[in-house]
Ligand binder design. Structure first.
Ligand code: DON
Length: 600
Protein backbone atom coordinates (compact mmCIF):
# COMPACT_ATOMS: atom_id res chain seq x y z
CA UNK A 1 0.00 0.00 0.00
CA UNK A 2 1.25 3.46 -0.76
CA UNK A 3 0.90 6.48 1.47
CA UNK A 4 -2.23 8.55 1.20
CA UNK A 5 -1.80 10.97 -1.74
CA UNK A 6 -0.83 14.47 -0.73
CA UNK A 7 -3.82 16.67 -0.91
CA UNK A 8 -2.65 19.95 -2.31
CA UNK A 9 0.41 21.46 -3.81
CA UNK A 10 0.33 24.22 -1.22
CA UNK A 11 0.33 21.80 1.68
CA UNK A 12 3.20 19.80 0.16
CA UNK A 13 5.24 22.91 -0.41
CA UNK A 14 4.55 24.10 3.11
CA UNK A 15 5.64 20.75 4.48
CA UNK A 16 8.93 20.82 2.59
CA UNK A 17 9.53 24.36 3.68
CA UNK A 18 8.90 23.42 7.28
CA UNK A 19 11.24 20.44 7.10
CA UNK A 20 14.01 22.56 5.64
CA UNK A 21 13.42 25.28 8.13
CA UNK A 22 13.32 23.33 11.36
CA UNK A 23 16.65 22.94 13.12
CA UNK A 24 16.21 19.30 14.00
CA UNK A 25 18.36 16.24 14.25
CA UNK A 26 15.96 13.49 13.40
CA UNK A 27 17.52 10.51 15.11
CA UNK A 28 19.41 12.18 17.90
CA UNK A 29 18.91 11.12 21.48
CA UNK A 30 17.05 14.14 22.81
CA UNK A 31 17.65 15.88 26.10
CA UNK A 32 15.04 16.49 28.76
CA UNK A 33 14.03 20.12 28.99
CA UNK A 34 15.22 22.02 32.01
CA UNK A 35 12.08 20.82 33.75
CA UNK A 36 10.74 23.09 36.36
CA UNK A 37 7.48 23.59 38.14
CA UNK A 38 8.25 27.17 39.05
CA UNK A 39 5.57 29.69 38.24
CA UNK A 40 6.63 31.84 35.33
CA UNK A 41 5.00 34.73 33.58
CA UNK A 42 6.01 33.06 30.32
CA UNK A 43 3.09 30.63 30.49
CA UNK A 44 -0.68 31.03 30.37
CA UNK A 45 -1.65 28.35 32.86
CA UNK A 46 -0.60 28.13 36.48
CA UNK A 47 -0.95 25.34 38.97
CA UNK A 48 -2.41 25.59 42.45
CA UNK A 49 0.49 25.69 44.92
CA UNK A 50 0.56 24.22 48.40
CA UNK A 51 3.25 23.37 50.93
CA UNK A 52 1.35 20.59 52.72
CA UNK A 53 0.14 18.28 50.00
CA UNK A 54 -2.21 18.28 47.06
CA UNK A 55 -5.43 16.64 45.91
CA UNK A 56 -6.40 17.02 42.26
CA UNK A 57 -9.68 15.57 41.08
CA UNK A 58 -12.39 16.09 38.52
CA UNK A 59 -14.71 17.51 41.17
CA UNK A 60 -13.77 20.26 43.61
CA UNK A 61 -16.12 18.94 46.32
CA UNK A 62 -14.18 15.69 46.37
CA UNK A 63 -10.84 17.54 46.25
CA UNK A 64 -11.93 19.39 49.38
CA UNK A 65 -12.75 16.13 51.15
CA UNK A 66 -9.27 14.85 50.33
CA UNK A 67 -7.57 18.09 51.38
CA UNK A 68 -9.43 18.03 54.70
CA UNK A 69 -8.19 14.50 55.36
CA UNK A 70 -4.61 15.65 54.68
CA UNK A 71 -5.11 18.72 56.88
CA UNK A 72 -6.33 16.51 59.73
CA UNK A 73 -3.11 14.45 59.59
CA UNK A 74 -4.18 11.65 57.26
CA UNK A 75 -1.75 10.38 54.65
CA UNK A 76 -2.19 10.27 50.88
CA UNK A 77 -3.91 6.86 51.07
CA UNK A 78 -6.42 8.03 53.69
CA UNK A 79 -7.14 11.01 51.45
CA UNK A 80 -7.42 8.79 48.37
CA UNK A 81 -9.98 6.47 49.94
CA UNK A 82 -12.07 9.36 51.25
CA UNK A 83 -11.81 11.07 47.85
CA UNK A 84 -12.77 7.87 46.03
CA UNK A 85 -15.96 7.52 48.06
CA UNK A 86 -16.70 11.26 47.79
CA UNK A 87 -16.44 11.13 44.01
CA UNK A 88 -18.95 8.26 44.00
CA UNK A 89 -21.41 10.81 45.38
CA UNK A 90 -20.31 14.11 43.85
CA UNK A 91 -19.38 12.86 40.36
CA UNK A 92 -21.94 10.13 39.70
CA UNK A 93 -21.06 9.79 36.02
CA UNK A 94 -17.69 8.25 36.84
CA UNK A 95 -17.00 8.17 40.57
CA UNK A 96 -18.40 4.88 41.75
CA UNK A 97 -18.85 1.97 44.05
CA UNK A 98 -20.36 -0.13 41.24
CA UNK A 99 -17.26 -0.12 39.04
CA UNK A 100 -13.58 -0.77 39.42
CA UNK A 101 -10.12 0.61 38.82
CA UNK A 102 -6.46 0.79 39.60
CA UNK A 103 -4.54 2.55 42.36
CA UNK A 104 -0.81 3.19 42.50
CA UNK A 105 0.50 3.96 45.98
CA UNK A 106 3.99 5.23 46.72
CA UNK A 107 5.09 4.77 50.33
CA UNK A 108 7.93 7.07 51.15
CA UNK A 109 9.13 5.24 54.27
CA UNK A 110 9.48 1.94 52.44
CA UNK A 111 10.47 3.62 49.17
CA UNK A 112 8.08 1.27 47.41
CA UNK A 113 5.30 1.55 44.85
CA UNK A 114 2.32 -0.78 45.14
CA UNK A 115 -0.17 -1.38 42.34
CA UNK A 116 -3.66 -2.30 43.53
CA UNK A 117 -5.83 -3.97 40.90
CA UNK A 118 -9.51 -3.64 41.71
CA UNK A 119 -10.70 -4.04 38.15
CA UNK A 120 -14.10 -5.68 37.68
CA UNK A 121 -14.11 -9.40 36.92
CA UNK A 122 -16.26 -11.35 34.49
CA UNK A 123 -18.95 -13.29 36.38
CA UNK A 124 -18.44 -17.06 36.61
CA UNK A 125 -21.23 -17.62 34.09
CA UNK A 126 -19.56 -15.45 31.43
CA UNK A 127 -18.05 -17.11 28.37
CA UNK A 128 -16.28 -16.19 25.15
CA UNK A 129 -19.40 -15.89 22.99
CA UNK A 130 -21.54 -14.14 25.60
CA UNK A 131 -22.55 -11.30 23.31
CA UNK A 132 -22.94 -13.29 20.08
CA UNK A 133 -26.20 -14.55 18.61
CA UNK A 134 -26.79 -17.94 16.98
CA UNK A 135 -25.13 -16.65 13.79
CA UNK A 136 -22.07 -15.49 15.68
CA UNK A 137 -23.07 -11.87 15.19
CA UNK A 138 -22.70 -9.33 17.99
CA UNK A 139 -26.01 -8.63 19.74
CA UNK A 140 -26.17 -4.83 19.61
CA UNK A 141 -25.69 -3.09 22.96
CA UNK A 142 -25.76 -6.35 24.95
CA UNK A 143 -22.30 -5.66 26.35
CA UNK A 144 -23.15 -2.00 26.99
CA UNK A 145 -26.61 -1.27 28.30
CA UNK A 146 -27.87 -4.44 29.98
CA UNK A 147 -27.38 -6.17 33.31
CA UNK A 148 -25.21 -8.67 31.43
CA UNK A 149 -22.80 -5.81 30.64
CA UNK A 150 -21.63 -5.57 34.24
CA UNK A 151 -18.46 -7.04 35.62
CA UNK A 152 -18.31 -7.86 39.34
CA UNK A 153 -17.53 -4.46 40.93
CA UNK A 154 -14.14 -4.00 42.56
CA UNK A 155 -14.12 -0.47 43.95
CA UNK A 156 -15.16 -1.17 47.55
CA UNK A 157 -12.67 -4.04 47.86
CA UNK A 158 -9.92 -1.92 46.31
CA UNK A 159 -10.41 1.12 48.50
CA UNK A 160 -10.63 -1.08 51.57
CA UNK A 161 -7.47 -2.94 50.64
CA UNK A 162 -5.63 0.37 50.25
CA UNK A 163 -6.82 1.74 53.56
CA UNK A 164 -6.22 -1.25 55.80
CA UNK A 165 -2.78 -1.92 54.36
CA UNK A 166 -1.41 1.56 53.73
CA UNK A 167 -3.69 4.11 55.38
CA UNK A 168 -3.52 5.42 58.93
CA UNK A 169 -7.12 6.35 59.67
CA UNK A 170 -10.20 4.37 60.65
CA UNK A 171 -12.35 3.03 57.79
CA UNK A 172 -15.47 4.71 59.19
CA UNK A 173 -13.69 8.10 59.26
CA UNK A 174 -12.78 8.00 55.58
CA UNK A 175 -16.20 6.78 54.43
CA UNK A 176 -18.01 9.37 56.58
CA UNK A 177 -17.58 12.44 54.32
CA UNK A 178 -19.22 10.58 51.42
CA UNK A 179 -22.15 9.51 53.59
CA UNK A 180 -22.60 13.10 54.66
CA UNK A 181 -22.51 14.33 51.05
CA UNK A 182 -25.06 11.72 49.98
CA UNK A 183 -27.37 12.47 52.89
CA UNK A 184 -27.15 16.25 53.07
CA UNK A 185 -26.88 16.52 49.30
CA UNK A 186 -24.71 18.52 46.94
CA UNK A 187 -25.62 21.74 45.20
CA UNK A 188 -26.10 20.98 41.52
CA UNK A 189 -23.44 22.67 39.41
CA UNK A 190 -23.88 23.81 35.86
CA UNK A 191 -21.78 20.87 34.72
CA UNK A 192 -23.86 18.28 36.61
CA UNK A 193 -27.18 19.81 35.50
CA UNK A 194 -26.06 19.86 31.89
CA UNK A 195 -24.58 16.39 32.02
CA UNK A 196 -27.69 14.81 33.55
CA UNK A 197 -29.94 16.55 31.04
CA UNK A 198 -27.89 15.08 28.21
CA UNK A 199 -27.82 11.62 29.80
CA UNK A 200 -31.59 11.48 30.23
CA UNK A 201 -32.28 9.54 27.03
CA UNK A 202 -30.14 6.71 28.38
CA UNK A 203 -30.70 6.95 32.14
CA UNK A 204 -34.44 7.43 31.61
CA UNK A 205 -34.75 3.86 30.31
CA UNK A 206 -34.10 2.48 33.76
CA UNK A 207 -36.73 3.18 36.42
CA UNK A 208 -34.28 3.30 39.33
CA UNK A 209 -31.96 5.66 37.42
CA UNK A 210 -34.89 7.88 36.51
CA UNK A 211 -35.89 8.04 40.17
CA UNK A 212 -32.36 8.78 41.33
CA UNK A 213 -31.29 11.36 38.77
CA UNK A 214 -34.49 13.27 37.91
CA UNK A 215 -36.81 15.20 40.17
CA UNK A 216 -40.14 13.44 40.72
CA UNK A 217 -39.00 10.80 38.25
CA UNK A 218 -39.06 13.21 35.35
CA UNK A 219 -37.74 16.75 35.52
CA UNK A 220 -34.16 17.83 35.20
CA UNK A 221 -32.16 19.17 38.11
CA UNK A 222 -31.38 22.86 37.73
CA UNK A 223 -28.23 24.70 38.75
CA UNK A 224 -28.42 25.46 42.47
CA UNK A 225 -30.84 22.61 43.29
CA UNK A 226 -30.02 20.25 46.13
CA UNK A 227 -29.24 16.71 44.91
CA UNK A 228 -29.57 14.12 47.69
CA UNK A 229 -28.92 10.39 47.37
CA UNK A 230 -30.58 8.67 50.35
CA UNK A 231 -30.31 5.12 48.96
CA UNK A 232 -26.63 5.59 48.23
CA UNK A 233 -26.17 7.00 51.76
CA UNK A 234 -27.65 3.80 53.19
CA UNK A 235 -25.43 1.61 51.03
CA UNK A 236 -22.40 3.63 52.14
CA UNK A 237 -23.51 3.25 55.76
CA UNK A 238 -23.53 -0.53 55.38
CA UNK A 239 -20.07 -0.32 53.81
CA UNK A 240 -18.90 1.92 56.62
CA UNK A 241 -20.24 -0.38 59.33
CA UNK A 242 -19.19 -3.74 57.88
CA UNK A 243 -16.34 -2.97 55.46
CA UNK A 244 -16.42 -4.90 52.14
CA UNK A 245 -18.88 -7.37 53.72
CA UNK A 246 -21.40 -4.52 53.72
CA UNK A 247 -21.19 -4.55 49.94
CA UNK A 248 -20.21 -8.07 48.82
CA UNK A 249 -22.54 -9.90 51.21
CA UNK A 250 -25.76 -9.19 53.07
CA UNK A 251 -28.37 -6.66 52.01
CA UNK A 252 -26.37 -4.85 49.29
CA UNK A 253 -25.37 -8.14 47.65
CA UNK A 254 -28.96 -9.39 47.86
CA UNK A 255 -30.27 -6.23 46.18
CA UNK A 256 -27.71 -6.56 43.38
CA UNK A 257 -28.45 -10.24 42.78
CA UNK A 258 -32.22 -9.77 42.89
CA UNK A 259 -31.97 -7.17 40.13
CA UNK A 260 -29.61 -9.43 38.17
CA UNK A 261 -32.09 -12.30 38.37
CA UNK A 262 -34.98 -10.07 37.31
CA UNK A 263 -33.10 -8.88 34.20
CA UNK A 264 -31.15 -11.81 32.85
CA UNK A 265 -27.95 -10.58 34.53
CA UNK A 266 -25.05 -12.88 35.39
CA UNK A 267 -23.68 -11.70 38.73
CA UNK A 268 -24.42 -14.14 41.57
CA UNK A 269 -24.01 -14.09 45.35
CA UNK A 270 -20.89 -16.23 44.87
CA UNK A 271 -19.40 -13.85 42.30
CA UNK A 272 -19.74 -11.03 44.79
CA UNK A 273 -18.52 -12.98 47.80
CA UNK A 274 -15.48 -14.21 45.87
CA UNK A 275 -14.30 -10.82 44.62
CA UNK A 276 -10.83 -9.83 45.84
CA UNK A 277 -8.69 -6.80 45.05
CA UNK A 278 -5.12 -7.87 44.36
CA UNK A 279 -1.67 -6.35 44.32
CA UNK A 280 0.50 -6.57 41.25
CA UNK A 281 4.08 -5.66 40.45
CA UNK A 282 4.07 -2.20 38.81
CA UNK A 283 5.78 -1.74 35.44
CA UNK A 284 9.00 0.29 35.44
CA UNK A 285 10.81 2.19 32.73
CA UNK A 286 13.04 5.18 32.34
CA UNK A 287 12.93 8.18 30.09
CA UNK A 288 15.60 10.84 29.79
CA UNK A 289 16.85 10.29 33.31
CA UNK A 290 13.44 9.91 34.96
CA UNK A 291 11.98 6.67 36.28
CA UNK A 292 8.46 5.86 35.12
CA UNK A 293 6.28 3.62 37.30
CA UNK A 294 2.84 2.68 36.07
CA UNK A 295 0.02 0.16 36.15
CA UNK A 296 0.74 -3.34 34.82
CA UNK A 297 -1.78 -5.60 33.02
CA UNK A 298 -4.75 -5.94 33.03
CA UNK A 299 -4.07 -2.29 32.25
CA UNK A 300 -2.47 -1.85 28.86
CA UNK A 301 -1.59 1.72 29.79
CA UNK A 302 1.61 1.27 31.76
CA UNK A 303 3.27 -1.06 29.26
CA UNK A 304 2.42 1.10 26.27
CA UNK A 305 3.38 4.37 27.94
CA UNK A 306 6.83 2.95 28.63
CA UNK A 307 7.05 1.35 25.18
CA UNK A 308 6.22 4.69 23.52
CA UNK A 309 8.63 6.64 25.73
CA UNK A 310 11.34 4.11 24.83
CA UNK A 311 10.74 4.85 21.15
CA UNK A 312 10.50 8.62 21.66
CA UNK A 313 13.81 8.64 23.50
CA UNK A 314 15.43 8.03 20.10
CA UNK A 315 14.28 11.44 18.89
CA UNK A 316 15.02 14.97 19.98
CA UNK A 317 11.41 15.98 20.55
CA UNK A 318 12.21 19.32 22.06
CA UNK A 319 13.96 20.41 18.87
CA UNK A 320 10.86 19.71 16.76
CA UNK A 321 9.04 22.53 18.56
CA UNK A 322 5.97 21.83 20.68
CA UNK A 323 2.84 21.39 18.58
CA UNK A 324 4.69 21.48 15.25
CA UNK A 325 3.57 19.13 12.49
CA UNK A 326 6.78 17.20 12.89
CA UNK A 327 6.24 16.83 16.63
CA UNK A 328 2.71 15.52 16.03
CA UNK A 329 4.05 13.23 13.31
CA UNK A 330 6.53 11.66 15.74
CA UNK A 331 3.93 11.22 18.45
CA UNK A 332 1.27 9.79 16.12
CA UNK A 333 3.60 7.24 14.52
CA UNK A 334 4.77 6.02 17.91
CA UNK A 335 1.16 5.66 19.07
CA UNK A 336 0.25 3.52 16.03
CA UNK A 337 2.92 0.92 16.80
CA UNK A 338 1.90 0.71 20.45
CA UNK A 339 -1.84 0.39 19.78
CA UNK A 340 -1.13 -2.26 17.13
CA UNK A 341 0.71 -4.35 19.72
CA UNK A 342 -2.08 -3.71 22.22
CA UNK A 343 -4.60 -5.35 19.90
CA UNK A 344 -2.80 -8.70 20.11
CA UNK A 345 -0.57 -8.98 23.15
CA UNK A 346 -2.44 -7.42 26.06
CA UNK A 347 -4.94 -9.09 28.36
CA UNK A 348 -5.45 -10.19 31.95
CA UNK A 349 -2.08 -11.72 32.93
CA UNK A 350 -3.86 -14.31 35.10
CA UNK A 351 -5.25 -15.79 31.88
CA UNK A 352 -2.82 -14.79 29.19
CA UNK A 353 0.95 -14.56 29.17
CA UNK A 354 1.62 -10.94 28.22
CA UNK A 355 5.08 -10.58 26.57
CA UNK A 356 5.91 -7.73 28.89
CA UNK A 357 9.70 -7.91 28.78
CA UNK A 358 9.74 -7.76 25.02
CA UNK A 359 7.28 -4.88 24.83
CA UNK A 360 9.32 -2.88 27.35
CA UNK A 361 12.65 -3.69 25.74
CA UNK A 362 14.69 -0.71 24.49
CA UNK A 363 15.99 -2.79 21.56
CA UNK A 364 12.46 -3.40 20.34
CA UNK A 365 11.79 0.34 20.77
CA UNK A 366 14.83 1.14 18.62
CA UNK A 367 13.51 -1.20 15.94
CA UNK A 368 10.24 0.75 15.89
CA UNK A 369 12.08 4.09 15.90
CA UNK A 370 14.03 2.93 12.84
CA UNK A 371 10.80 2.38 10.91
CA UNK A 372 9.46 5.86 11.58
CA UNK A 373 10.15 8.24 8.71
CA UNK A 374 10.17 11.96 9.50
CA UNK A 375 7.36 13.81 7.81
CA UNK A 376 5.51 10.68 6.69
CA UNK A 377 2.41 8.90 7.92
CA UNK A 378 2.88 5.18 7.46
CA UNK A 379 -0.58 3.79 6.65
CA UNK A 380 -1.87 1.67 9.54
CA UNK A 381 -2.36 -1.38 7.34
CA UNK A 382 1.40 -1.39 6.74
CA UNK A 383 1.98 -1.46 10.50
CA UNK A 384 1.45 -4.91 11.94
CA UNK A 385 1.74 -5.87 15.59
CA UNK A 386 5.39 -6.81 16.25
CA UNK A 387 6.61 -10.39 16.56
CA UNK A 388 8.51 -11.21 19.72
CA UNK A 389 11.50 -13.56 19.37
CA UNK A 390 10.98 -16.87 21.14
CA UNK A 391 7.59 -15.74 22.29
CA UNK A 392 5.74 -18.77 23.58
CA UNK A 393 2.21 -17.99 24.05
CA UNK A 394 -1.43 -13.69 23.65
CA UNK A 395 -16.71 8.02 32.05
CA UNK A 396 -13.84 7.05 34.14
CA UNK A 397 -12.17 9.55 36.46
CA UNK A 398 -8.66 10.01 37.74
CA UNK A 399 -7.31 11.67 40.86
CA UNK A 400 -3.78 12.38 42.03
CA UNK A 401 -2.71 12.98 45.62
CA UNK A 402 0.60 13.78 47.32
CA UNK A 403 1.16 14.36 51.02
CA UNK A 404 3.80 16.25 52.97
CA UNK A 405 5.41 12.99 54.11
CA UNK A 406 6.37 12.10 50.54
CA UNK A 407 3.62 9.55 49.87
CA UNK A 408 1.66 9.62 46.64
CA UNK A 409 -1.45 8.05 45.12
CA UNK A 410 -2.56 7.90 41.49
CA UNK A 411 -6.00 6.40 41.11
CA UNK A 412 -8.15 5.86 38.02
CA UNK A 413 -11.51 4.16 38.39
CA UNK A 414 -14.54 3.81 36.21
CA UNK A 415 -18.02 2.63 35.36
CA UNK A 416 -16.76 2.48 31.74
CA UNK A 417 -19.26 4.77 29.95
CA UNK A 418 -20.55 7.94 31.55
CA UNK A 419 -23.03 6.56 34.13
CA UNK A 420 -21.89 3.03 33.16
CA UNK A 421 -24.69 0.88 31.83
CA UNK A 422 -27.19 3.54 32.94
CA UNK A 423 -28.71 0.96 35.28
CA UNK A 424 -29.17 1.77 38.96
CA UNK A 425 -29.67 -1.19 41.29
CA UNK A 426 -32.98 -0.42 43.07
CA UNK A 427 -32.56 0.35 46.74
CA UNK A 428 -28.79 0.88 46.54
CA UNK A 429 -28.46 4.22 44.73
CA UNK A 430 -25.61 2.53 42.90
CA UNK A 431 -24.99 2.65 39.17
CA UNK A 432 -23.81 -0.52 37.52
CA UNK A 433 -20.71 -0.58 35.34
CA UNK A 434 -20.68 -1.85 31.74
CA UNK A 435 -17.05 -2.92 31.88
CA UNK A 436 -17.67 -6.20 30.02
CA UNK A 437 -17.58 -4.12 26.82
CA UNK A 438 -13.83 -3.70 27.38
CA UNK A 439 -13.39 -7.36 26.47
CA UNK A 440 -13.08 -8.30 22.85
CA UNK A 441 -16.56 -9.70 22.16
CA UNK A 442 -15.44 -11.04 18.79
CA UNK A 443 -12.02 -10.89 17.10
CA UNK A 444 -11.87 -8.07 14.56
CA UNK A 445 -14.91 -6.26 15.97
CA UNK A 446 -13.99 -3.08 17.83
CA UNK A 447 -15.34 -2.21 21.26
CA UNK A 448 -16.97 1.12 22.10
CA UNK A 449 -13.60 2.88 22.02
CA UNK A 450 -12.76 1.46 18.60
CA UNK A 451 -10.22 -0.89 20.15
CA UNK A 452 -9.55 -4.25 18.58
CA UNK A 453 -8.66 -7.37 20.48
CA UNK A 454 -8.12 -11.07 20.10
CA UNK A 455 -7.62 -14.17 22.21
CA UNK A 456 -5.62 -12.27 24.84
CA UNK A 457 -8.70 -10.26 25.72
CA UNK A 458 -11.51 -12.71 24.95
CA UNK A 459 -14.17 -13.23 27.62
CA UNK A 460 -13.50 -15.94 30.18
CA UNK A 461 -15.14 -16.53 33.55
CA UNK A 462 -13.50 -14.51 36.35
CA UNK A 463 -11.19 -12.73 33.94
CA UNK A 464 -10.54 -9.00 34.09
CA UNK A 465 -11.21 -7.07 30.88
CA UNK A 466 -8.23 -5.24 29.39
CA UNK A 467 -8.13 -1.60 30.38
CA UNK A 468 -6.46 1.57 29.15
CA UNK A 469 -6.45 3.23 32.57
CA UNK A 470 -2.96 4.49 33.29
CA UNK A 471 -2.33 5.93 36.76
CA UNK A 472 1.36 6.86 36.60
CA UNK A 473 4.23 8.19 38.71
CA UNK A 474 7.37 9.81 37.32
CA UNK A 475 10.33 9.76 39.70
CA UNK A 476 13.22 12.19 39.66
CA UNK A 477 16.27 11.65 41.85
CA UNK A 478 14.50 8.68 43.41
CA UNK A 479 11.46 10.66 44.60
CA UNK A 480 7.99 10.94 43.13
CA UNK A 481 8.10 14.11 41.07
CA UNK A 482 5.06 13.93 38.81
CA UNK A 483 1.72 12.16 39.36
CA UNK A 484 -0.75 11.86 36.51
CA UNK A 485 -3.60 9.92 34.90
CA UNK A 486 -6.81 10.51 32.96
CA UNK A 487 -10.16 9.11 31.82
CA UNK A 488 -10.89 8.88 28.09
CA UNK A 489 -11.08 5.21 27.11
CA UNK A 490 -8.50 4.44 24.43
CA UNK A 491 -7.31 8.06 24.57
CA UNK A 492 -6.13 7.68 28.16
CA UNK A 493 -2.83 6.18 27.07
CA UNK A 494 -2.05 8.93 24.57
CA UNK A 495 -3.18 11.65 27.01
CA UNK A 496 -0.90 10.35 29.77
CA UNK A 497 1.98 10.00 27.30
CA UNK A 498 1.56 13.65 26.35
CA UNK A 499 1.61 14.75 30.01
CA UNK A 500 4.93 12.99 30.54
CA UNK A 501 6.45 14.42 27.36
CA UNK A 502 5.08 17.90 28.17
CA UNK A 503 6.74 18.05 31.58
CA UNK A 504 9.98 16.22 30.71
CA UNK A 505 10.73 17.33 27.15
CA UNK A 506 9.12 20.74 27.23
CA UNK A 507 9.43 21.73 30.89
CA UNK A 508 5.73 22.60 31.25
CA UNK A 509 4.17 23.08 34.65
CA UNK A 510 1.40 20.72 35.72
CA UNK A 511 -1.44 23.08 34.78
CA UNK A 512 0.02 24.14 31.45
CA UNK A 513 0.55 20.52 30.53
CA UNK A 514 -3.04 19.64 31.41
CA UNK A 515 -4.38 22.53 29.33
CA UNK A 516 -2.55 21.81 26.06
CA UNK A 517 -4.67 20.52 23.15
CA UNK A 518 -4.06 16.82 22.63
CA UNK A 519 -3.59 14.47 19.72
CA UNK A 520 -4.56 10.82 19.42
CA UNK A 521 -3.88 7.98 17.01
CA UNK A 522 -4.78 4.41 17.91
CA UNK A 523 -3.56 2.62 14.78
CA UNK A 524 -7.06 1.47 13.81
CA UNK A 525 -9.00 3.35 12.62
CA UNK A 526 -6.17 4.97 10.64
CA UNK A 527 -7.09 8.48 11.68
CA UNK A 528 -5.24 11.24 13.49
CA UNK A 529 -7.56 12.97 15.93
CA UNK A 530 -6.85 16.50 17.09
CA UNK A 531 -8.58 18.41 19.82
CA UNK A 532 -9.64 21.98 19.05
CA UNK A 533 -6.70 24.39 19.22
CA UNK A 534 -4.37 23.28 16.43
CA UNK A 535 -3.67 25.75 13.67
CA UNK A 536 -5.08 25.10 10.19
CA UNK A 537 -1.52 25.47 8.87
CA UNK A 538 -0.38 22.57 11.04
CA UNK A 539 -3.35 20.50 9.95
CA UNK A 540 -2.47 21.10 6.28
CA UNK A 541 1.09 20.00 6.93
CA UNK A 542 -0.13 16.83 8.61
CA UNK A 543 -2.46 16.08 5.70
CA UNK A 544 0.44 16.52 3.34
CA UNK A 545 2.37 13.93 5.34
CA UNK A 546 -0.43 11.46 4.61
CA UNK A 547 -2.57 11.71 7.74
CA UNK A 548 -6.32 11.43 7.66
CA UNK A 549 -6.78 14.28 10.13
CA UNK A 550 -9.99 14.46 12.10
CA UNK A 551 -10.39 17.70 14.00
CA UNK A 552 -12.73 16.72 16.79
CA UNK A 553 -15.12 19.41 17.97
CA UNK A 554 -15.07 18.11 21.58
CA UNK A 555 -12.20 17.74 23.96
CA UNK A 556 -11.32 14.46 25.63
CA UNK A 557 -9.80 13.19 28.82
CA UNK A 558 -9.44 14.92 32.18
CA UNK A 559 -5.85 14.65 33.36
CA UNK A 560 -5.14 15.50 36.99
CA UNK A 561 -1.49 16.41 37.48
CA UNK A 562 0.76 17.11 40.46
CA UNK A 563 4.40 18.11 40.33
CA UNK A 564 6.39 18.11 43.55
CA UNK A 565 9.29 20.55 43.49
CA UNK A 566 11.43 22.08 46.23
CA UNK A 567 9.07 20.89 48.95
CA UNK A 568 6.03 22.44 47.29
CA UNK A 569 3.14 20.78 45.47
CA UNK A 570 1.89 22.13 42.14
CA UNK A 571 -1.60 20.87 41.24
CA UNK A 572 -2.93 21.13 37.71
CA UNK A 573 -6.56 20.08 37.26
CA UNK A 574 -7.68 19.65 33.68
CA UNK A 575 -9.53 22.82 32.62
CA UNK A 576 -11.62 20.68 30.25
CA UNK A 577 -13.86 19.72 33.18
CA UNK A 578 -15.66 22.68 34.70
CA UNK A 579 -15.93 21.25 38.21
CA UNK A 580 -12.35 19.97 38.48
CA UNK A 581 -10.19 21.33 41.26
CA UNK A 582 -6.75 21.17 42.84
CA UNK A 583 -6.58 21.84 46.57
CA UNK A 584 -4.18 21.24 49.43
CA UNK A 585 -4.26 21.95 53.16
CA UNK A 586 -2.87 25.49 52.69
CA UNK A 587 -5.64 26.03 50.18
CA UNK A 588 -8.23 25.30 52.85
CA UNK A 589 -6.62 28.07 54.91
CA UNK A 590 -6.67 30.45 52.01
CA UNK A 591 -10.44 30.36 52.06
CA UNK A 592 -10.19 32.99 54.83
CA UNK A 593 -8.00 35.06 52.55
CA UNK A 594 -4.97 35.79 54.64
CA UNK A 595 -2.75 34.70 51.78
CA UNK A 596 -3.24 35.05 48.06
CA UNK A 597 -4.04 31.76 46.45
CA UNK A 598 -6.08 30.20 43.73
CA UNK A 599 -9.40 28.72 44.78
CA UNK A 600 -10.56 25.50 43.18
O1 DON B 1 -10.80 0.64 31.41
C1 DON B 1 -10.90 1.25 30.36
O2 DON B 1 -9.98 1.37 29.57
C2 DON B 1 -12.22 1.94 30.01
N1 DON B 1 -13.30 1.24 30.64
C3 DON B 1 -12.16 3.37 30.43
C4 DON B 1 -13.40 4.15 30.05
C5 DON B 1 -13.21 5.60 30.10
O3 DON B 1 -12.14 6.10 30.32
C6 DON B 1 -14.42 6.43 29.81
N2 DON B 1 -14.18 7.80 30.17
N3 DON B 1 -14.13 8.77 29.53
Amino acid sequence: MSAKPQKTYTATAALLASLLWLPISLHAQGPAADSTAILRSAVYNHPVVDSQGMVVTQNAIASKVGAQILASGGNAVDAAVATGFALAVALPRAGNIGGGGFMLVYLSEQNQTIAIDYREKAPAAAHRDLYLDANDEIIPDDSRFTHRAAGVPGTVAGLHHALINYGTMAWTDVVAPAIELAKAGIIVSSDLADNLTRAKRRLGKNQASLKKFYKDNESNYQVGDLFQQPDLAQTLERISAEGPKGFYTGRTAELIVADMQAHDGLITIDDLANYQAIEREPVHGNYRGHEIVSMPPPSSGGIHIIQMLNVLENFDLNATGYGSALYINRMAEVMKYAYADRSVYLGDPDFYEVPQEWLLNKTYAKEIAGKIVAGKATPSNEILPGKPDNYESPDTTHFSIMDSKGNAVANTYTLNFSYGSGITIPGTGMLLNNEMDDFSSKPGVANAFGLLGDTANEIQPQKRPLSSMTPTFVFKDGKPWFVTGSPGGSRIISAVLQQIVNVIDFGMNSADSAAQPRIHHQWQPDRLQLEPGFSPDTIHLLEAMGYDVQSVSRTWGAVQNIVSHNGMFFGGADPRRADAGALGPDGLECLNNTVACRLP
